[in-house]
Design a protein around this ligand. Structure first.
Ligand code: T4K
Length: 396
């Protein structure tokens, strides 16, 4: 019998006793949205009713775009209906609609699907063991005559090695589009993380640190780029009679903008709360054999959007999948972000770069990673209870 089987058996045998002592009374989900007061949202909606202006660059859209750009300290920001359409348009904005783009397999499928939808071949590159982001040492050998751009992801809001990536891109004349879906408000080397690269794309989905229900944005480097992006997200219309290119409908509506505006008032407090919870998790789990996590990175102001741990089965006594399943029995709903790797999705499986032998770090990380519950309203006592369960399962 393996160590894992023995541990699982021991837990099963002692379940009633363990449940009675450790099971959480209510389900705890991996995240919950930070929601503004309903009365405030109703007030905003009343204004929408009065104006009878529901979408297409309405008053709240304009106000949200300006306030968000100021909050993020970026000059040129375009709002979108969601992060996926924003990524799709970012590629179109840079006229990348053929060839290959180098990206990470360790991400949400949206990152790779937007390449497919633009008829671009994804080229998967392995990741760095510590940050879980594209490993710059692996990028260069993947560059070929068809390579057009690099699409890295600041996964969990951890900054990519932006210096090395930009240096490679400059040397080969490639564009860099950052998928900054997790990186709202992160600062790195004295600058907003979203200001690096040719374009950066944010997501404001309900599960994100900062939300507009659904939503997203592209941060551009120049006013001209923003203008082109604004045309492209509105079917390509430059004015009533001029269509500059094959645009799409990527517009954010007034209800999303209203919600986003109210969230802006809550975001600083949300980050402070999450930071305290991350610090608590780190203290509680510091000495659990086989459980590891990342500390703050140098020159970075983090947003504490996620709390991923890595499970080393031989040291912990149970593998990631078993822990994920066991935690459910205790009413704790963690998520395997990001498993399976995008390179294993059937439509990408036959790509030469999808071969697992080229992606050893990503393979290892995706089999060990587990995101624990984190959101501002999560009580510190609940974090302590979650950690107590993780500790007791490990000891079993
Ligand atoms: N790039 C990256 C790197 C991304 O991670 C994402 C999205 C994108 C691009 C695309 O951006 P968007 O087009 O979405 O703007 C969720 C989100 O749907 C997705 O936005 C996000 N990444 C991904 C990491 O997480 P699921 O399939 O895990 O969501 P779901 O419905 O299982 O929700 C997770 C938990 O959140 C639930 O257990 C409960 C809680 N929840 C969820 C919703 C929707 C709530 O409490 N309330 C809610 O309204 O993908």
């Amino acid at each position: 019998m393996s160590v894992m089987d023995a541990a699982a058996g021991a837990v099963r045998g002692r379940r009633p006793e363990l449940y009675a002592r450790y099971r959480l009374p209510e389900p705890v989900l991996v995240t919950r949205p930070t929601m503004p007061a309903l009365a405030k949202y109703q007030e905003q909606i009343a204004g929408i009713w009065e104006r009878q202006w529901l979408t297409n660059n309405g008053q709240l859209h304009q106000e949200f775009e300006a306030r968000l750009a100021a909050y993020l300290e970026v000059e040129h920001l375009s709002l979108f209906c969601n992060g996926t359409i924003a990524l799709l348009v970012a590629l179109q904005a840079l006229r990348i609609h053929e060839g290959e783009v180098i990206t990470t397999p360790f991400t949400f499928p949206a990152t790779v699907h937007v390449l497919y939808w633009n008829r671009i071949r994804p080229v998967f590159c392995d990741i760095d063991e510590y940050t879980f982001n594209l490993d710059p040492n692996c990028i260069e050998r993947l560059i070929g005559p068809d390579t057009k751009a690099i699409l890295p992801v600041h996964v969990f809001g951890y900054p990519c090695n932006i210096g090395a990536i930009q240096e490679i891109a400059d040397r080969h004349g490639l564009d860099v589009i950052y998928d900054a879906a997790h990186a709202f408000g992160v600062r790195h080397r004295g600058q907003p993380l979203a200001s690096y690269g040719d374009l950066s794309v944010l997501s404001f989905h309900a599960t994100k640190l900062f939300s507009s229900i659904e939503g997203g944005a592209i941060v551009a480097s120049t006013a001209a780029e923003k203008k082109r992006i604004d045309f492209l997200k509105n079917f390509g219309f430059a004015d009533e009679e001029t269509v500059i290119g094959p645009g799409i409908n990527g517009k954010m509506n007034e209800f999303q903008a209203a919600y986003g505006l109210l969230e802006l008032d809550l975001i600083d407090e949300e980050i402070v709360r999450r930071r305290a919870l991350v610090e608590l998790y780190r203290r509680e789990l510091a000495d659990v054999p086989g459980i590891s996590f990342r500390l703050d990175l140098p020159e970075t102001e983090h947003n504490y959007a996620y709390f991923p741990i890595l499970v080393d089965a031989s040291a912990y006594g149970m593998d990631r999948d078993a822990l994920h399943a066991e935690l459910k029995q205790f009413n704790i709903f963690t998520r395997k972000y990001f498993f399976p790797l995008c390179s294993t999705i059937p439509c990408y499986l036959s790509l030469p770069s999808a071969d697992p032998k080229h992606l050893p770090v990503a393979e290892r990380v995706s089999k060990r990673i587990l995101c624990l519950p984190i959101y501002g309203r999560l009580a510190p006592e609940t974090v302590q209870q979650i950690c107590a369960v993780i500790k007791v399962l490990g000891k079993s």
